[in-house]
Design a protein around this ligand. Structure first.
Ligand code: NAD
Length: 979
């Protein structure tokens, strides 16, 4: 399919230049300022209410509510600020006295509260919750649509021309049930709006623009479908579009405005597809309706192209749309995603000022498209408002302004006093207390941000000319380090691929047909012995190569891997049966290992001069141990295999590498690449074959100077025993093994966030990650609701062929693994309670395991690692420390997830857990080299952590060199300095 938009990853400066060019000579900023200054002055003389609050809470079980309040309030600044408006003053007073009380009464976080304190604490908690609910009303119009309509009616009695766009708050749907519930809420809301519609004011020509004079509604597509994402394109078009059309029909029949909300940039292209399909429906069923529209975000570097595309759709379908222009709400998330994925750039502007420029350029573009678009400008910035009024005037363009409920009241009071004909709509969130928090936090952050107009407006120390300074000049460079520069100049962040972007994934799909898996020769005992002797002979020469040269060689390998990323990905899909996203991440990890260990070697393996008495020099030197045996598993056949090998090599060892039997081709390709990059053949040999023969022979070989093993705990034990019984030198074993990884979810956790983390951690890569979640521990009070949501989300997963981009869960590695997992699942079917299972097509029954979740009685019921998409769930209550102790007692210590909104609780659990990698409020897989050094303890391994600063040392021998510099007859330097 032809993309509708250009690539999101383009250089920012030329885009900004182009935006400025479209405004040049067409916007008189000083004239806009002259108008805006009067408004600002008036607002400052008579300010509207303004609030700042940083921390919020909801009411879970009493125990937790107290801890949450104590924790949050410890950091909160509830300073209210009021213009004397009585409800607001009341709220401010209530908030600050609740805080003051809370601070006095609440026990220290972490200490179990005593009886008296608890009584006091409960009272304070109740008062604080009440205060925050009141504060919520500042930004949320009503708990449900009827309440919101009442409130809208009340406001309209003061300002008869005021219109509202209702926004039903809520998270994106994780389940079909949530999506249907959200749709029902919208259906209900539209009917209520229509029923309560007040007659539009008489002065306005209702004509074909009735939607301008009526209240409307906004809908969020991600809340109407659990898989609204590019990879599920076919499903979205087949399922989501028909789900939205009845809402369009209702809105069209009533002639009200219905706006599709804007979401993240990886859905932008998809959103236009959906919008076009919906427009086709409107064209057919309601061609005279003028209320359909969508929101466009100015922070998108493609904003002008989006507007052009919307105008093109309107013309092609002979329709007219309403387009809301916003700055954009997901900026921080967009920046983080691009950095994490190592994307070629940012899809959004990195300087706030560039977004301001883009807003004005987009406003002009919308005004230019007035034949097919009626713009709705959502801004509280006085300068922007004045500029829009100025740009719209010559064309007499129809438009409206929008402000958020609870914000921008002062500015618009003045704007409307100056231009009573201007149309103003209030964007009005509607939602229950539980849905309100995330929205509220956003608003409060926005109000609190120093750079925000509303904040500066309220701060009378910011002079007028600064507040209204022209944004019309480009800022130099990027406002954020480019994703590739995330780790500074010394180590480039490996380049990634945005799979949601068709042109980006093209090279991968093109490489797929060429990926073939050749058969390999297995080594026999004589070949193992011969290889070890060759390596032993070659080790000294390799060790003598200066560290800097060995490091440079790793960097060359990284460059080559980077250049061949699509090829390696395709090979990993083919041989390792992994999905595309996992493969891209794995190749990036392998590149990262090369660069990271190169850097570590340069900085850490150089000789160190040590202090000592005069007449003596002391130096600590590190060098290779000899021949290192590296044995790796199949589940990361490039990253783990490669990471072990390059670490051992850069430390000066010769390496005998034995990959897993299931994945020899990836290993062969990487070893060939290392040889091409310059690693001598007698410093690195690849030996294929079964672990029990080839692996065991390597471990037992008398020339083995160290073993680096990643795999199961059972095999690690076998290796440990072999090494222990050897009569030769005592050699080190680095073992990274499996885990019984748990996630602790307390009653404050955000259910949607938990479900995302659980699904990703337990089922991604078909659960075949050592870090994968095996044991989900959910607090009793939320377990039923959470399990229901989890089951709904599991029902949405796609089990399929790994090369299909829509696949979430691919096959397990081989028939043996399949049989073992099926046996375990059958046992659980007998002994445990089935909670949920993802549907699976019969075609995949012999190769795949459908993601499945069972409830088990106790943490202790899980004894061994189950290496597949099988999740065990236990409920817990009471003391969280006791739960941590039971998890520790399992003896493994690899990964742990914690889901809580109580920071101090998360830290306490982490401190008590004997676990190597702890993840709070996110998934627990995908450790990044040098960012989350990875590895466990106990039955999970020996350490040191792979991708961490201590790893290379374990591959080295140390030598202390002490030289008596006075041996020639005297201490020359001492004597030379003496009188
Ligand atoms: P495995 O233990 O069966 O095999 C690992 C490697 O050891 C293979 O190359 C195999 O051929 C070799 N081997 C088997 N028996 C041997 C013996 N007697 N002597 C010497 N070598 C022998 O593991 P697997 O099935 O390939 O991989 C899955 C396991 O790896 C899981 O337990 C997983 O948790 C673990 N793993 C751990 C980490 C980590 O970093 N902690 C990372 C990935 C995988």
């Amino acid at each position: 399919m032809r993309p509708r938009l250009p690539l999101p990853y383009r250089d920012e400066p030329p885009i900004v230049d182009e935006l400025l060019r479209t405004l040049s000579g067409r916007l008189d900023w000083p004239a806009a300022v002259a108008q805006a200054a009067a408004w600002v002055q008036a607002v400052r003389e008579k300010p509207a209410p303004f609030w700042a609050l940083e921390s919020l809470l909801r009411v879970p079980d009493a125990e937790t509510a107290i801890a949450l309040t104590a924790d949050q309030l410890g950091r909160a600044d509830f300073a209210g600020d009021s213009d004397g408006d009585s409800p607001h003053r009341l709220l401010a007073t209530l908030s600050s006295s609740a805080i003051a009380l809370a601070k006095r009464w609440l026990p220290d976080v972490g200490e179990p509260p005593g009886l008296f304190e608890r009584l006091g604490a409960k009272t304070v908690v109740a008062a604080t919750v009440r205060a925050i609910q009141l504060l919520g009303r500042q930004f949320v119009l009503g708990r449900h649509i009827d309440e919101a309509l009442d409130e809208a009616g009340a406001q309209r009695r003061e300002q008869p021309r005021l219109r509202f766009s209702f926004d039903m708050l809520g998270e994106g749907a994780r389940t079909e049930r949530d999506a249907l519930r959200y749709r029902a809420a919208h259906d209900n809301a539209i009917r209520a709006i229509v029923q309560r519609q007040e007659p539009p004011e008489g002065t306005v020509d209702d004509g074909d623009l009735g939607a301008l004079v009526r209240d409307g509604i906004s809908i969020k597509l991600s809340a109407l479908h659990p898989r609204y994402e590019d990879a599920q394109h076919a499903r979205v078009m087949a399922e989501l579009v028909p789900r939205v059309t009845p809402l369009l029909d209702l809105a069209a029949a009533a002639g009200i405005n219905l706006t599709i909300d804007a979401e993240e940039s990886d859905r932008l292209e998809l959103s236009l597809e959906v919008f076009d399909a919906l427009a086709a429906h409107v064209q057919q069923h309601a061609p005279r309706w003028r209320g359909f529209g969508l929101a466009v975000q100015a922070y998108q570097t493609r904003v002008l192209e989006v507007i052009d595309e919307v105008a093109r759709i309107a013309r092609a379908r002979q329709l007219q749309f309403m387009v809301r222009l916003v700055k954009g709400a997901y900026w921080d998330g967009e920046i983080k995603r691009a950095q994490e994925l190592g994307l070629p750039g940012y899809p959004v502007f990195t300087h706030k000022q560039h977004t301001d420029i883009a807003y004005l350029a987009a406003a002009r573009s919308l005004i230019q498209h007035d034949a097919v678009i009626v713009p709705q400008f959502a801004t509280h910035n006085a300068g922007t408002i004045a500029a829009i009024v100025q740009m719209a005037r010559p064309r007499d363009a129809r438009f409206e302004m929008q402000r958020l409920h609870g914000m921008g009241e002062g500015v618009y009071r003045e704007v409307l006093a100056a231009s009573p004909d201007l149309r103003l709509r209030v964007y009005a969130p509607v939602g229950e207390h539980r849905d309100l928090l995330a929205y509220l936090v956003r608003r409060l952050l926005e109000n609190g941000a120093n750079s925000s107009f509303v904040h500066q407006l309220a701060d009378s120390t910011v002079p007028l000319d600064e507040l209204l300074r022209s944004p019309l000049h480009a800022m130099p460079g990027s406002g954020q380090p480019m994703p590739r520069d995330l780790y500074g100049p010394a180590r480039r962040n490996p380049p990634g691929i945005d799979l949601a972007c068709a042109p980006q994934r093209e090279p991968l799909l093109a490489a797929w047909p060429h990926a073939t898996v050749p058969t390999v020769q297995e080594a026999d005992p004589a070949q193992v012995d011969a290889a070890m002797r060759r390596l032993h002979a070659g080790r000294s020469a390799w060790n003598a190569v200066p560290v800097a040269e060995r490091a440079a060689l790793l960097e060359r390998a990284a460059d080559r891997l980077e250049a061949r990323l699509p090829h390696y990905c395709a090979l990993l899909v083919r041989e390792g049966k992994k999905t595309w996203g996992d493969c891209v991440a794995e190749v990036r990890e392998a590149i990262d290992f090369c660069r990271y260990y190169a850097l570590q070697a340069r900085t850490r393996l150089a000789p160190q001069t040590l202090p000592g008495p005069t007449g003596e020099s002391n130096e600590l030197r590190l060098h290779g141990r000899g021949v290192f045996v590296c044995i790796s598993p199949w589940n990361f056949p490039l990253a783990i295999f490669g990471g072990q090998v390059v670490a051992a090599l850069v430390a000066g060892n010769a390496v005998a590498a034995k990959p897993a039997e299931q994945t020899p081709a990836v290993a062969s390709a990487f070893v060939e690449l290392l040889h091409e990059a310059g690693v001598p053949r007698d410093a690195l040999e690849l030996l294929h074959g079964p672990g029990e023969t080839v692996g065991a022979a390597l471990v037992a070989h008398p020339l083995t100077a160290g073993v680096c093993f990643t795999g199961s705990t059972q095999v690690a034990k076998i290796i440990q025993r072999t090494l222990a019984t050897s009569d030769g030198p005592i050699v080190p074993l680095v073992a990274e093994t499996g885990g019984l990884n748990a996630m602790i979810v307390d009653s404050t956790a955000l259910p949607e966030q938990v479900v995302d983390a659980v699904v990703g951690s337990a089922f991604r890569s078909a659960g075949q990650r050592c870090s994968a979640l095996r044991l989900l521990c959910v607090h009793d009070s939320i377990a039923t609701q959470l399990i229901e949501m989890l089951a709904g989300a599991m029902a949405e997963l796609r089990v399929g062929a790994p090369e299909d981009v829509a696949t979430d869960v691919g096959p397990v590695i081989d028939a043996d693994a399949h049989a073992n997992l099926m046996r375990h699942v059958r046992r659980l079917e007998r002994d445990a309670r089935l909670l949920a299972r993802t549907p699976i097509d019969d075609r995949f029954a012999l190769t795949h395991i459908a993601p499945v979740a069972f409830e088990i009685d106790a943490v202790e019921s899980l004894r061994e690692e189950v290496f597949g998409p099988v999740l065990h769930v236990v409920r817990w209550g009471g003391d969280v420390d006791a739960l941590v102790a039971r998890i520790n007692a399992l003896g493994y210590g690899l990964t742990l997830g914690i889901q809580t909104r109580i920071d101090s609780r998360a830290l306490r659990i982490a401190a008590a857990a004997a676990i190597g990698n702890v993840y709070v409020n996110r998934n627990m897989i995908g450790a990044v080299v040098g960012v989350q050094p990875f590895g466990g303890s106990g039955l999970s391994g020996t350490g040191p952590k792979a991708g961490g600063p201590h790893y290379l040392y374990r591959f080295c021998s140390e030598q202390t060199l002490t030289i008596n510099t006075a041996a020639a007859g005297g201490n020359a330097s001492l004597l030379a300095g003496s009188d």
